[in-house]
Ligand binder design. Structure first.
Ligand code: SAM
Length: 223
């Protein structure tokens, strides 16, 4: 099937360019053992986030939606020694697994997981001296709040920063203006917000692979 061929290509790319290592394998195994849903980014997508952070020379990274810390490991590995990743997670059980995974990966000193609803945690981060501005924000939580997360990302970044939003294609459902799915309506509202925001210069690309047909939006903060 088409999905089988997408999987085969992801496997090919991953083996050559984004091979797993002990910490990444352990993070996925611990996440599965704890009953977390298998919805982390694919390995080659994690590597893509890692490369974006490297290209940005990111010293401060904000992630919204930690799950078991798989994407956080990829992102935090791009940080310099004095860099910092803050990741926000609503579910305390997910956050516990993520903290242990980050610690196991040797990233306990640079990566911090904060528990709570992101919309409650973000205003506190804004008031916290030295937390921002973030060089890169990765949005991957409850999709219904994507417009709010992009607004917050704008407040917590600087000109030149990068905002990445995951799962913006949703098997093509993003084009369905009559959708009643809050993830779709939230994503569409986010697209319109980004399109109408002069401080953002953005595009979105579709992706296929082990995660099916989806895509991500990338926005550069202009000023
Ligand atoms: N970024 C992760 C990765 O690739 O490894 C995957 C994140 S998963 C798709 C989404 C996560 O967002 C879940 O762990 C979920 O509990 C969390 N979440 C849902 N609603 C949230 C909210 N309001 N605030 C913070 N996190 C939330």
């Amino acid at each position: 099937t088409t999905q089988d061929r997408w999987n085969a290509v992801d496997q090919y790319v991953t083996e050559l360019l984004a091979p797993a290592d002990e910490a990444l394998d352990a993070a996925l195994a611990a996440s599965a053992a704890a009953g977390l849903p298998p919805i982390a980014v694919a390995p080659n997508q994690g590597k893509f986030l890692h490369l974006l952070a490297r290209v940005m020379g990111a010293r401060r990274i904000l992630e919204i939606g930690t799950l078991g810390g798989y994407s956080a490991i990829w992102l935090a590995r791009a940080l310099p020694e004095n860099g910092r990743l803050i990741s926000l997670e609503f579910d305390p059980a997910h956050a516990d697994v993520a903290r242990a995974n980050l610690e196991h990966a040797g990233l306990g000193a640079v990566a911090e997981v904060r528990t709570g609803a992101a919309l409650d945690l973000l205003p506190r981060i804004e008031k916290e001296p030295g937390a921002g501005p973030f060089d890169l924000v990765f949005v991957d939580a409850d999709k219904v709040n994507n417009p709010r997360y992009v607004e917050w990302a704008l407040r917590l970044t600087r000109p030149g920063s990068l905002i990445v939003v995951d799962n913006v294609v949703r098997g093509g459902a993003v084009t369905d203006a009559s959708s009643g799915d809050p993830a779709v309506t939230g994503t569409r509202e986010m697209f319109e917000l980004v399109a109408n925001e002069p401080r953002l210069d953005a595009t979105a690309v579709q992706t296929v692979g082990v995660k099916g047909w989806d895509g991500l939006l990338v926005a550069r903060v202009v000023g």
